[in-house]
Design a protein around this ligand. Structure first.
Ligand code: C2O
Ligand code: CU
Length: 463
């Protein structure tokens, strides 16, 4: 079949406060109850004339249904599992109640086949988020279990069109099916993760979006890929970056943006042209991702195009009293890890790989979703000081909190606001600083989902 292939495998390689007492739900508006069913569905994602693909989806839709709320709402979702394997949903980026965070065997029991779990939690922040399976995420997300979660705010800058772009790279075989042999491949797990060869936005190959003439549009880009770090190019347009990972940033003019797995970027731009091409350019060869087209039948925008006004991002508090948690990331291919602690025993990397599929470690120990790395006092200021001692980039995500990113390396471009996922380049050292104001057991892990499964994840306990 004719398909534009990404350069796979080697390409992305080494060269490369609200009130803090337990929240009372009564302060929030109760929105409708949403039904979400995880199940198997055959759907066309491989393009016109291509066979349908066997997928695992929410509500038979790719991506899952758009969950759209207002800040201050309560999200209520009854999640039914129609798969043959256990699952859960994690609400990525939400400062959630711990028991609603969706981490199997840590914050809840897995939802067994045929069972339903009711999620219910307040939405304290506006912005662009997403939800995805968190049990064997490396397989379940790769098969399609994810969807967008957008929370509106009365103060959002007015736009004519608000367009969510959920970007994924699928690994398809020649029959247009999910490539099986690579699911669980030790090679992928020890290198960049499982990279795909077929790009979709909202489950479609190079879709087009119709907008008014002279429209002001907001694009909410979400990287839902297992492992690919995307670079999205917005033609030569001047777009205003307004949020990263759901959180407001200092407005900045950009025309391309790097998105690691799980990261989001919101931009606002004015259509001063008939067509705007979106491409993914991380391999050096632009891959057409989609287009925005003016459709005269939709009329002309009547919005005044004033400069976008945003509230200031929250200020970093003084670091005089900060709890430091140093984490050295180790392991993987071309790394210098010889052995690591696993289930109480020091084991060679070769034994870890061949017998346990573990390949990565933090501070000499293979990470584990059941192991508490640090006990943190509620409301303290914490700095996770991360050293990437591996040959690979890693998208480090903290559950339940957003963090500031600091570095004493002047070559690192730091975000102006907070984030929930940070792309660590090889050899980079960085501090992820956050107020530990959300009690519970929170994961800190790599969002290259194969790396997470192979040892790049630990638990922080806050209470
Ligand atoms: Cu979106 Cu634990 O991750
Ligand atoms: Cu990683």
């Amino acid at each position: 079949m004719e398909r534009r292939y990404f350069l796979t495998l080697a390409a992305a390689g080494a060269s490369s406060a609200l009130a803090l007492t337990p929240l009372s739900l009564s302060a929030f508006v109760s929105a409708r109850q949403t039904q979400i069913t995880a199940g198997k569905t055959r759907l066309n994602i491989a393009g016109d004339g291509q066979p349908d693909t066997d997928l695992w989806l929410y509500n038979q839709s790719c991506p899952g249904p758009m969950l759209r709320y207002r800040k201050g709402d309560i999200l209520r979702a009854a999640v039914r599992n129609n798969l043959d394997v256990p699952t859960t949903i994690h609400w990525h980026g939400i400062r959630n109640l711990n028991e609603m965070d969706g981490v199997p065997d840590l914050t809840q029991a897995p939802i067994e086949p045929g069972e339903t779990f009711d999620y219910e939690f307040p939405l304290k922040d506006s912005g662009t988020y997403w939800y995805h399976a968190h049990n064997m995420g490396w397989e379940q997300v790769a098969r399609g279990l994810y969807g967008p979660l957008v929370i509106d705010d009365d103060d959002d800058p007015p736009v004519d069109h608000d367009i969510c772009l959920m970007i994924d790279d699928w690994r398809l075989d020649n029959d247009g099916q999910i490539h099986q042999a690579s699911l669980g491949s030790l090679h992928d797990w020890s290198h960049a993760g499982r990279l795909g060869n077929w790009l979709t936005i909202n489950g479609l190959s190079a879709p087009s979006f119709q907008v008014k003439q002279k429209a002001r549009i907001r694009l909410r880009m979400i990287n839902a890929a297992n492992a690919r770090v995307m670079t999205m190019q917005l033609d030569d347009a001047q777009a205003t970056l307004v949020a990263l990972d759901g959180a407001v940033c200092q407005p900045e003019q950009i025309n391309k943006i790097v998105l690691a797995p799980a990261q989001r970027a919101d931009v606002i731009l004015d259509m001063d042209r008939g067509t705007l091409k979106l491409s993914e350019v991380s391999t050096g060869e632009p891959y057409p991702a989609g287009t925005i087209n003016v459709d005269p039948a939709l009329g002309v925008s009547s919005l005044t195009k004033a400069a976008v006004n945003l509230p200031a991002p929250p200020k970093l508090p003084s670091l005089k009293k900060v709890r430091r948690i140093p984490i050295h990331m180790q392991g993987g291919a071309m790394g210098n890890l010889q052995s690591a602690l696993f289930e109480g025993k020091e084991k060679s990397l070769r034994e870890l790989a061949q017998q346990h599929k573990k390949l990565w470690a933090f501070n000499g120990a293979v990470g584990d979703y059941r192991e508490i790395m640090a006990e943190i006092e509620l409301n303290s200021l914490v700095s996770i000081d991360v050293y990437n001692d591996t040959a690979w980039p890693h998208a480090m995500h903290l559950h339940g909190h957003h963090f500031w990113v600091l570095s004493d390396d002047p070559t690192v471009a730091l975000p102006s606001g907070q984030r929930d996922t940070w792309l660590m380049q090889p050899q980079q050292r960085i501090s992820l600083v956050f107020r530990a104001d959300n009690p519970g057991l929170w994961l800190f892990h790599c969002h290259m989902l194969e790396h997470a499964a192979a040892g790049m994840g630990v638990v922080l306990s806050i209470n």
